[in-house]
Design a protein around this ligand. Sequence first.
Ligand code: FO1
Length: 322
Amino acid sequence: MSTTPPKVLALSGGVGGAKLALGLQGILDPARLAIVVNTGDDFDHLGLRICPDLDTLMYTLSGLSNETLGWGQHDESWQFLNALERFGLETWFGLGDRDLATHVVRTTKLAAGETLSSVTASMMQALGIDVTVIPMSDNTVATEIQCQDGRTLAFQHYFVRDRCEPRIADIQFSGIDTAKRAPALEALLATDELSAVIVCPSNPFVSVAPILELDGTWQILRDLACPVVLVSPIVGGQALKGPAAKMMQELNMPSSAAAVAEFYQARYPGLVAGFVLDTVDSAQSDAVRALGMTPLVTQTVMTSVADKQALARDVLAFSEAL
Ligand code: FO1
């Protein structure tokens, strides 16, 4: 039996993921929490390597995040972007002055030959974050949106430049066939230290799928001794942030919590043991149970830090009872 305390592994991407990760950070000993982050949103822009989900998590865990925008830093200034405009360069992607330092640090370190895992660890440490934050891979995986009009869009072109307006037909993860899990994730999955795997309320198609479909990760998670608990990113038929509900409709699924459970059961059979629904969706508990998952109904909408920590507590207690 290992002597180190059992660990909780959280899968996170986007704003919803970062909120629950903050809740988990608030209630767990830092040595017990590891967060693996989606890197499918990452892209090269203006000569900078940009990792939005790592940055959203980093800023959220360190208290720097801009909660209104859901990305970037609070108390931000935009002089760089204004100066860029004067030179006629593209300004559709909002790069704040403080945020720019993050991208310069990461780009410089990667160019010096450091892995994304190594760069991530040093940046988290610099911001005083003591939980373990791991990019899903040190290899490049790029989410691409296949549009119903035949175009293929890079994720940030779809999400930011085109404001999620194109109707989607399919989603692909370029590079995923050869990408490997980051070493720290590999090590974590090879130990018997995990007491729970929490899939945070992130977009199933573009934030969670890249992690699960990387090198057979979802089958490894399914076969772990500990349960996998997933928090629905859809509440009352809507995503709290981002295009998940719109994507579901365009992928011919109802935008409901039960349909999220069906998606996971169909694509990753046997993976999800516990499915957490918001109180407004309690009537869908039976549908979730019929899929072979145990439902938990609780408040999943996180506004305050107390909400985030309460959901984290509910989810961990739920995982212990499974
Ligand atoms: N999202 C936007 O909707 N508009 C932006 O201008 C924008 C800039 C941005 C800059 C840095 C960063 O780390 C994230 C940024 N995001 C922006 C969010 C980004 O598109 C993420 O991929 C989404 O949050 C989905 O995960």
